[in-house]
Design a protein around this ligand. Structure first.
Ligand code: GAL
Length: 634
């Protein structure tokens, strides 16, 4: 049935440890050999997922210390679902490397097995941090390595405050269970440490796979990048490309939990127009923008895990598939093949129902396969976008730890920049602070509290206009104020100094004036000394809210969607970047010579496409929840 449907790849075994090794040392591969042989016979290419997200019962019972401890409650997380393991457990490291090696040795050279996925959704269910004894001892060693002497650590963190000084590394606890907030530098260190544990865990699997499966690709299926708790860029370094698990309705339901019904309902069955692609563009970024990425799991119908689990609007499975290809995907793989008739995910749709009959997505998958092939979409090159957003894991950690405002949310700030750009019809790349900036005309840095000198130099040595959002440059490496005040080393570019910060309730904004028009300033507001800069926008009292010094712009406050759109659109016209604003809920994206338009609205839209354009799919009149593709000169 898979072959008849026209699938190319099948991912298997990602949770199969209890079948691969029903009891310690008794390895049973016959069933997997047979399945791989059947798939190969039908020309299906196989990906094996290492089963390390689900250690079996015998392993956990024999070595209970492999279980992680919830840092919020101090409770050991038990057996009975998944991800019940501790990244710092040396026993678990040994056992997961052992099962990975067994699989890689057996199937590494098998022609039908073309690629590998490490573990499954690392960090999912809040599992990056653990407060186990193993994590505690490993953290002490991590601190010793990083700071060398306890005096250096005390000084770097500022432990004289509240008498938090240590006499030796052995005295350091994990920053959990404290009466009120734990020390922010301590928490940042714990987060960095935990991120490193995940990255090492993944890298060891990758190394084993590469040793036994030369020439085969290795990927990992990410959850939304803001939820992993580790440094996504660092994890991606060891992979051939990144993959993403795309559940637009489940994610929208969670994300817009507090939105009004009026705002939410139009997207209830489609997902928000910028929500899936926000992660596609980040996945492409993790794959260094050009290497492509995979959707390892695409929602095929109602899922089971969001607070509410609606059915996708008719045609959305095909729509999401083409959308992923437009944003640079090389493969879209549906989760799951057959709906399970049992266990936790029995209410989660598949391509087949539990009785093997075809479910709603089937015909759309048939159509998608034909269209992707007809367009040659997978083979078109993904061009560098003119605009990049700099995304940074420590930036998210710092702003989560050093809160100062309940309404400030790193991901929301980054998403608000992205949405404004996408509403203007702009293609966007996500990059790390280590990326080459030379391809971009406009670089946006929504929030980068910790800045290294190399990044400042890279900004100086490019011709791009660079926009920094508030809180950039506001902290040292160990989360204290920079000696010269915020924005620290960015003062060399921006020419401003932050004198004080206030935060406001999300619904209590105040006016911001820019370009003779009034917008909103809210949530985060900085008082700045402007030096020789040009003041672009002002608060109600006339003081500076945004400044410019040559190519470097500083926004000292969070603003609103209208401001971001107007401001970015003004910058784009100065920089000769073309906009395609074709109205609410229409999104465009280029891949190679193909231009795609997606209509998220419930009414048709007329696209003002050039009259000589050759349409490959659809035409100027774009029905609701439909896609048009035409050729556009590069
Ligand atoms: C993903 C996961 C799958 C399955 C799916 C349900 O998080 O990788 O194993 O649980 O979600 O939507």
């Amino acid at each position: 049935m898979m072959a008849n449907l026209g699938l190319t790849y099948v991912r298997i075994a990602e949770f199969a440890w209890s079948r691969l090794e029903p009891t310690e040392g008794q390895l049973e591969f016959a069933w997997l050999d047979e399945i791989i042989a059947i798939l190969a016979e039908h020309n299906l290419q196989v990906l094996i997922g290492t089963p390390t997200a689900t250690p079996p019962k015998w392993l956990v019972d024999k070595w209970p210390e492999v279980l992680p401890v919830d840092p919020n409650t101090g409770r050991t997380r038990g057996f009975g679902s998944r991800r019940h393991y501790d990244f710092s457990s040396t026993i678990y490291q040994r056992e997961s490397e052992r099962i990975t090696r067994e699989l890689a040795q057996r199937y590494g050279q098998n022609d039908a097995v073309v690629g590998w996925q490490t573990d499954n959704e690392l960090g999912c269910h809040d599992t990056t941090l653990s407060a186990s004894d193993a994590a505690h001892s490993a953290f002490i060693e991590w601190c010793r390595k990083r700071y060398e002497t306890i005096d250096a650590l005390n000084a770097a963190w500022g432990n004289a405050f509240w008498s938090m000084e240590y006499r030796s590394f052995e005295e350091i606890d994990l920053p959990v269970g404290t009466v009120t907030e734990a020390h922010p530098s301590h928490r940042l260190a714990y987060q960095r440490f935990a991120s490193g544990q995940v990255i090492d865990f993944n890298r060891r699997q990758v190394d084993i796979i590469r040793e036994h499966a030369p020439g085969k690709f290795v990927t990992h299926n990410y959850i939304p990048m803001n939820e992993t708790g580790f440094d996504n860029w660092e994890l991606a370094e060891s992979l051939d490309f990144a993959s993403y698990d795309n559940y637009p309705l489940g994610r929208s339901d969670l994300h817009f939990a507090n939105a009004s019904a009026e705002a939410f309902k139009p997207y209830m069955r489609t997902g928000h127009p910028d929500f899936a692609t926000y992660y596609h563009d980040q996945s492409r970024g993790l794959s260094l923008n050009k290497a492509g990425f995979w959707i390892m799991e695409q929602q095929p119908g109602p899922v089971n895990w969001a607070p509410n689990n609606p059915r996708p609007a008719p045609g959305m499975i095909r729509f999401w598939t083409l959308e992923a290809f437009a944003h640079g995907a090389d493969c879209v793989s549906y989760f799951r093949w057959r709906q399970a008739g049992f266990a936790q995910e029995q209410m989660h749709a598949g391509l087949l129902r539990p009785d093997n009959s075809r479910a709603e997505a089937w015909d759309q998958v048939v159509q998608s396969i034909a269209e992707v092939e007809q367009l040659g979409a997978a083979s078109e090159e993904t061009l560098a976008a003119p605009i990049a957003i700099v995304s940074d894991a420590p930036g998210q950690w710092v702003t989560d730890i050093d809160r100062q405002s309940d309404a400030y949310n790193y991901n929301q700030v980054q998403l608000s920049y992205y949405r404004a750009l996408r509403e203007l019809g702009l293609d966007v790349d996500f990059i790390s602070t280590r990326a080459d900036l030379s391809a971009y005309k406009l670089v946006l840095v929504p929030c980068l509290p910790i800045v290294d000198d190399a990044f400042v130099a890279r900004c100086q040595n490019t011709s791009a206009t660079v926009v920094f959002g508030p809180r950039s440059g506001s902290k040292t490496e160990d989360l204290s104020h920079p000696a010269n005040l915020a924005p620290g080393s960015l003062q060399a570019l921006l020419g401003v100094k932050v004198l004080s910060v206030e935060t406001l309730r999300a619904d209590c904004h105040e006016p911001l004036t820019w370009d003779g028009r009034e917008f909103r300033s809210g949530i985060w507001r900085e008082e700045i000394e402007t030096g020789d800069t040009e003041v672009l926008a002002r608060y109600e009292d006339g003081s500076a809210a945004a400044t410019r010094s040559q190519r470097f712009i500083y926004l000292a406050t969070l603003t609103d969607r209208d401001f971001l759109k107007a401001f970015f659109s003004g910058l784009c016209s100065q920089l000769d970047i073309a906009l395609v604003d074709w109205g609410k809920d229409v999104r465009v994206r280029r891949r190679g010579k193909l231009m795609f338009a997606f209509n998220y609205a419930s009414e048709s839209r007329t696209l003002p496409v050039d009259e000589n354009a050759r349409f490959l799919l659809g035409d100027r009149q774009l029905p609701p929840r439909d896609v048009a593709v035409w050729e556009a000169p590069v």
